[in-house]
Design a protein around this ligand. Structure first.
Ligand code: ATP
Length: 300
């Protein structure tokens, strides 16, 4: 069986500049895959070429074994697309929006209530889409992308501009969708989101893939230091400097923070001294991966 998505040497050029520059990757059936990068990195352009909404200037795309461009009607019922700017039909309620989408695809109308329930909008079914909150509107647009039961779902920055609680709720929903067997492809500029949700991520900058793999593996590949902090009353900075394997020590009003590439002996020594009060261990994140790959801080 071919991979759900196969992208090879994909190129898109605007005014002589390649905004997608020789991009190659594949997405397996059932995978939760993320395109991660700052604004303007080329994520949306890549996604839209896979969806068959933009014409590539070079390279090939296979989606579910078929070419999405020129517009391929056989693929439409098999894919769900949530665009970055959500457009709803004027003055229709949430339920009516979903009915309209489901009838376009001849989907059974029972799916409408099922989708409202899935995205937690049953009590907003009779509310006009323009009166929904940002998070509710995002969830409705995801329901619209799913109502015809596609095999693969594309989500372009689904949590952009949401407050932290709404983002968390949406993460639960996206996980649920993936657990129901859908292949999910997400673009995001949130590192934490990619790290939490994705089986694999492609880190993109200036139209090129810098690294691709499971988030934990990318982070492990860094050999970055670990920061261990404990309450200052349990261990002060001068005592911390005597621990084995310590690279650096800092302290603030309440904590002593040890930086080390050998966390095991440091943690063992802290336990031996009964100095584990307030223990926090922070490893590297995808943010550090981006910094190492580009030499600059990640600014979404
Ligand atoms: N139709 C277009 N004409 C000219 N330039 C374009 C066009 N569409 C996108 N671009 C440029 O291509 C680059 C990549 O844009 P793209 O929207 O793919 O980035 P992105 O990673 O999705 O960023 P964002 O998170 O801001 O959506 C940007 O510099 C953008 O200005």
């Amino acid at each position: 069986m071919p991979d759900t998505i196969e992208v090879e040497n994909l190129v898109k050029t605007y005014a002589g500049t390649a905004v997608v520059d020789d991009v190659t990757f594949s997405v397996r059936d059932g995978e939760f895959f993320g395109l991660l990068g700052p604004n303007g990195a080329g994520k949306t352009t890549t996604l839209e070429m896979i969806e068959g909404l933009r014409k590539p200037d070079g390279g090939t795309v296979r989606l579910l074994g078929e070419a999405p461009w020129p517009r391929n009607p056989a693929l439409l019922p098999r894919m769900g697309v949530q665009l970055q700017a959500t457009a709803f039909f004027d003055r229709l309620t949430a339920r009516e929006q979903l009915h309209t989408f489901s009838s376009l695809y001849d989907a059974p109308s029972a799916r409408v209530d099922e989708m409202l329930d899935l995205v937690g909008l049953t009590d907003k079914a009779d509310t006009q889409a323009e009166k929904l909150s940002g998070g509710q509107a995002q969830r409705l647009s995801i329901a619209c992308a799913l109502v015809h039961d596609p095999e693969v779902v594309f989500l372009d920055e689904p949590t952009a501009a949401l407050d932290p609680q709404a983002r968390r709720n949406l993460w639960d929903l996206l996980r649920e969708i993936n657990q129901r067997g859908k292949t999910v492809v997400l673009t995001t500029h949130y590192m934490d989101e990619a790290e939490l949700l994705c089986d694999r991520v492609a880190v993109i900058d200036h139209g090129r893939i810098l690294r691709i793999g499971p988030p934990a593996e990318l982070v492990r590949g860094l050999d970055a230091p670990v920061r261990i902090s404990v309450e200052r009353s349990a261990l002060d900075a001068s005592a911390a400097r005597t621990l084995p394997g310590v690279d650096d020590v800092t302290e603030d009003a309440s904590s002593t923070v040890v930086t080390t590439r050998q966390p095991s002996p440091v943690l063992a020594a802290l336990a031996e001294r009964d100095a584990l009060a307030g223990l926090q261990v922070r490893g590297a994140t995808l943010e550090d991966v981006f910094l190492e790959l580009t030499g600059r801080e990640y600014r979404a």
